[in-house]
Design a protein around this ligand. Sequence first.
Ligand code: PLP
Ligand code: ZN
Length: 420
Amino acid sequence: MHKFLGYRCSLCGKEYAPDFAGYTCPEDHGNLTVRLDIEKIQAQADLESIFASNEKSLWRYEPLLPVQDPGFADTPLHTAGWTPTFRFRQLEKTLGIGALYVKDEGRNPTASFKDRASAILIARAKEIGAKTIVTASTGNAGAALAGMAAATGWHAVIFAPKSAPPAKISQLLVFGSDVILVDGNYDSAFDLSVQAADRYGWYCRNTGYNAFTVEGKKTGAYEIWEQVIAGKNVAPEQLAVFVSVGDGNIISGIHKGFKDLVELGWIDRCPRIFGIQSEKSAAVYNAWAAGTETIVPVSATTFADSISVDLPRDGVRAVRAATESGGAYLAVPDETIYEGISELGKYGVFAEPAGATAYVGMRKAVREGLIGADDHVVVVNTGSGMKDIRSAMVATGEATVIEPTLDALEKLLAKRRSAR
Ligand SMILES: *Cc1c(COP(=O)(O)O)cnc(C)c1O
Ligand SMILES: [Zn+2]
C-alpha cells in the first residue's frame, strides 16, 4: 500500500502531496502526473508473480497502481482490461512488416479503452469517499463511467454533446446515470462539467484533467509488455505502438506505462509510440509537426467522434509521448478512416472510426518508410464498431435485399460472379 507519493506538474515540475485536492497545477494549469514509489514497488512486486496472476483484468497490475483493488470481484469492474492481442499474418505480409498485432479494446465491458480509466476512478472515489462522479465525454468515457458506476453502486453524472452516436447515448441511459446532453460540442460539455463539479462538490473524472485516468490507461502498455514484448519476445526497440489521439490521454497513459516499466528496470527502453489524428481534428499533430509543445485549438469536424476535439486537454504530454519515444504523429484524411473500418473488418475486428484511425495511420507510416520490414507493430483498436454503426454502414454500403426465392438468389450470385 501507499505507493502513491503525490503529483508532479508536467509543465513546471512542481510537486504536490497525495492529499492535494485540485486537479491541475494551480500555477499554470499543467496536467499532473501521479508519482509512484518505485523502490517500494520493486521491493514488493516482481514480474514473475504478475505474469503468473490469475486475474484476467487490469487489476493483475495492482502492485503498480496508485489505488487498491476496490473489490467488486464478480462485476464488470473486474473485466476492464486484459484484452486480447491478435496477430494478422496475412496482412503483415501484404504490408511488408515484421509482425502486425491488433489489441482489441472493443472487448472491454463497455466496449472501449475508457473502461480502464473508469475502473481506476471508481477505486479512487472509494478511497477519498466521493459519492458522485461526474465526467464530460464524447460518449465512450461517459459510457465507461456509467457502466462501472452501475456495476458498483456509484452515482455518475455524464455531460455529452447531443450529437454523440445513439449507441453511446443509449449506453449512458441504460446504465442509469444522470445523463445531460449539451447543445454544443465536447469542449463545451467539458467546461460545463468542470463548473458543475466545482459548484456541487462532485468528483470530476474528466480526461486530461483528473490525474488518475492515465493510471488506468497505462495498463494498456503493461499488457503490450506482457502479451508482445515478453510474450512474443519482441525487443522494445523493434516495436512500434499506434494509437489514435483526441485529448491525448490514452497516448499519455501508454507512454506512462512504458516509462514505469523502464524505471522498474523491467524493460530497457520505451517502444516507439505513434499518435494518429484525423486531419479534421489535428491539434496535437500540428504542435508536433511544428516542433513545439504549444497546443493551438482547432475547430474539429471529423466524423470520428471519439477523437473530435478542439482543444486537447492532455496535449503537452501527448506530444512528448511521440518525441520522447522516437515515434511520430501522422494525420489522416477522414475518407481513409472508412477504408480502415472495412479493412480491419475483413480480418475479424470491428472498429469504431477512432479505432480504425490508428490502423490507417499505421498504413501511412509504412508507406512513408517510418516502419520497416523488421519492425513489429501493435495497433490499438480503441473502441468497438458497435458503438457507431452509422459510420460502419457508410464504409460498407447497404446490404442487398432480394425476393426470398432461389430464382432471385441465382440472379444475384451470377451478378456477383461477373462483378469479380
Ligand atoms: C477517447 C477515445 C480515443 C482518444 O483518446 P484520447 O485520450 O482522447 O486521446 C480514441 N478512440 C476511442 C474509441 C476513444 O473512446
Ligand atoms: Zn505547474
